[in-house]
Design a protein. Structure first.
Length: 321
């Protein structure tokens, strides 16, 4: 049994079960369906506007739908920022000639179908970001729940408002906007920061816990100096929210390499940093590796994101450390 997570008694405890994988896929599917609604409405609005025209070449002259036409033609936002207006018009003219005019009276359906393909790519990219965000949201909610139950004073940094807010104002729906959390534990201050490039490691780290919060994170120069001091760090960790078993081993290899880099970088500074791994998709082979690393002390703590008892335990450790 792991010293710091009593709910992990052997490698099997870390493995994601079929039911947990199924539940994870279902959650993502439901979220994707909800996110898709906005893109479908955009396509409906686009169809309504272009349906008012009988000649596809007339559409190119309509300035306020040019961006949508570009999307249908496969011209990305990055490309539009780089290309000159006359070159964009040339691309749209060739697109119209090649695909829309040949479609005849069905050019609207052809145009909207191609527009939907681009929106589908956008939805896919958004969902990749959301899957990672879901993991952060879940971890945030568990950490804040622990802080509230232990009655530790805390505040959180809202990345939309760009300011610290008192913990009393926290609501579940705010979770995606939480960039950092700070709290007081027995007169010790702690600062947790998500997705931070740690100068000592020279890499972006998913979870960073500082052993004090004596810094204004919105003050670039002061925060830079704070980050450059290795003695300010307490815990660094990797968080992998992907539920697909097919990508589990690859995610662990990436995380394991990152954790090794973290430990090596801090050892050069004569600091034994605490490291943690939290993942949603954990297969048999990687479960054994993770467990053995914890037993040997190479990895300080771990948890399966889909197992609430393990996650609660690791969050309590993060809060109380």
């Amino acid at each position: 049994m792991l010293k710091l997570n009593k709910h992990v008694k052997n490698p099997i405890d870390l493995q994601t079960t079929y039911d947990e994988t199924k539940s994870g896929f279902l959650s993502i599917a439901i979220r994707k369906s909800k996110e898709a609604c906005f893109y479908i409405e955009k396509a409906k609005a686009f169809k309504k506007i272009v349906s008012d025209y009988s000649d596809p070449n007339e559409l190119i002259k309509i300035g306020n739908i040019k961006d949508s036409l570009c999307e249908a033609a496969g011209v990305s936002t990055k490309a539009r920022a780089y290309l000159k207006p006359k070159d964009i018009e040339l691309i749209l003219s060739e697109f119209s000639e090649e695909f829309l005019i040949h479609a005849g009276i069905n050019f609207v359906d052809e145009l909207v179908s191609r527009y939907l393909l681009t929106l589908g790519d956008a939805l896919g990219g958004r969902m990749r970001n959301i899957v990672g965000s879901i993991a952060n949201e879940k971890l945030t909610q568990h950490i804040i729940a622990t802080l509230q139950v232990r009655n530790y004073p805390f505040s959180y940094f809202d990345k939309r408002a760009i300011k610290w807010l008192d913990g009393i104002s926290f609501r579940t729906e705010i979770s995606p906007d939480v960039k950092a959390i700070r709290w007081i534990n027995n007169n010790q201050t702690r600062l947790l920061y998500y997705d931070l490039t740690v100068p000592i490691v020279k890499k972006n780290i998913d979870i960073v816990v500082f052993n004090n919060d004596d810094v204004n994170i919105t003050h670039t120069e002061k925060f830079k100096a704070f980050k450059n001091n290795p003695s300010n760090y307490l815990i660094l960790g990797e968080l992998k929210g992907g539920i697909d078993p097919a990508g589990a081993d690859e995610h662990w290899k990436t995380a394991s390499a990152a954790l090794n880099r973290i430990r090596a970088s801090f050892l050069k500074e004569n600091i034994n940093i605490f490291t943690v791994f939290i993942g949603a998709a954990i297969e048999a082979a990687m479960a054994k590796e993770i467990y053995n690393q914890c037993i040997s002390g190479e990895l300080t703590n771990c948890a399966n994101l889909t197992k609430d008892d393990q996650l609660i335990e690791v969050c309590d450790w993060l809060v109380c450390k």
